[in-house]
Design a protein around this ligand. Sequence first.
Ligand code: CTP
Length: 416
Amino acid sequence: MARLLLGVSGGIAAYKALEVVRLATKAGHAVRVVQTPTAQRFVGAASFAALTGAPVLTDEFERDPARGAFGDQEPPSHDPASHLELVRNADAYLIAPASANTVAKLAHGLADNLLTSAALAASCPVLVAPAMNHHMWEHPATQANLALLRDRGVTVIDPGTGALATKHEWGTGRLAEPAELVAAFEAVVPTGARPWDGLKVLITAGGTREPIDAVRYVGNRSSGRMGYAVAEEAAALGAAVTVIAANVGLPRHPRVRYLDVETAAQLADACAAEFAAADVLVMAAAVADFRPAAAVDGKLKKSGRDELALVLEPTPDVLSGLAARRRPEQTLVGFAAEHGAGALEYGRDKLTRKGLDAVVVNDVSVPGVGFDAAENEVTILTAGGDEHVPRTTKAEVARAILGSIDRLRADATTAS
Ligand code: CTP
């Protein structure tokens, strides 16, 4: 948990600052917001107040009901000056969006509103995320102002390139994505502030593809959504996350490291290289149990054939192999995608047979959950008992899995 002071200046991208607040609070950070008067023409204070659960300030002379305190702090007994107290308490000050005008004021030390006075008083790290029309972005004055800020140690999070707010305009100037902004904030706050800081988490996701010839493969319907959700939630708790991604086409989280693989053999090699350094392994990938015994060089021709038989050979069970050489303090979580009756029994069998700490069982015969779906319904099996997670988003299921890992690790610490 860290304290984020978010300064919102005037621009259409102010609406994206709401998402920054949502992601940061979801990650367990305490957030306070200050706005410029122009920012309030784009997004009202009530929206930020509702998401942060704290008063939003615009004016230096406005009384702060929280007296400069963040959600995890007791307000002081006196009324401090807000522009001093907020930055004194914050672990970092992120100004997003920073308009061309606000960038200019910050560069030249102007302090004509609460946002800019707080920036001048800040001894914590300051991050500036500009957002503006591409002509304003490209103007030498803006670029010189940003160079001044960078020289003074301010982290500038460059805007992206794409469609801009004005109709038919395209160029550089759109605010960086909210997840990138939260990641930039987390990169500058002291480590140890979040519950999983320092923990190394290895996750496999997606489905392997086993070549039949140069263009065809034997594969499965796993999209990688469940593994990616676990990765994002673990990164939000502060963990250093590596995902071994088997054929996943989903958006990637800026704070997660991704290693791409295609086949079960490549996934096994990547796991072998990464496993020793991991504290936690979450094996969400659907790994092929069988592969074509011999992939054909080039492309198989259909001419002259009435039928085509594929000979498949078993692949090594990656998870069992890793479990056989685990360190006792590592936490190993497997998945069991079962079809229909007996799912929990099969899952329990995998828990003991594969030597795991937890198995996440889902019944893929239920429509709308599991493979290639946005939602899931699972039962998390551990030696200590079962937890049923009713149908919900994969992000919620991921949080339940991380909760189980927390309990398993706490039990292991007490036992040792
Ligand atoms: N798994 C693995 N290597 C394989 C196959 C599976 O590491 N070659 C892992 C999966 O990532 C998952 C767990 O093992 O975490 C369970 O996979 P599953 O295919 O359901 O288990 P199997 O033991 O192959 O049993 P089944 O007979 O149900 O296929």
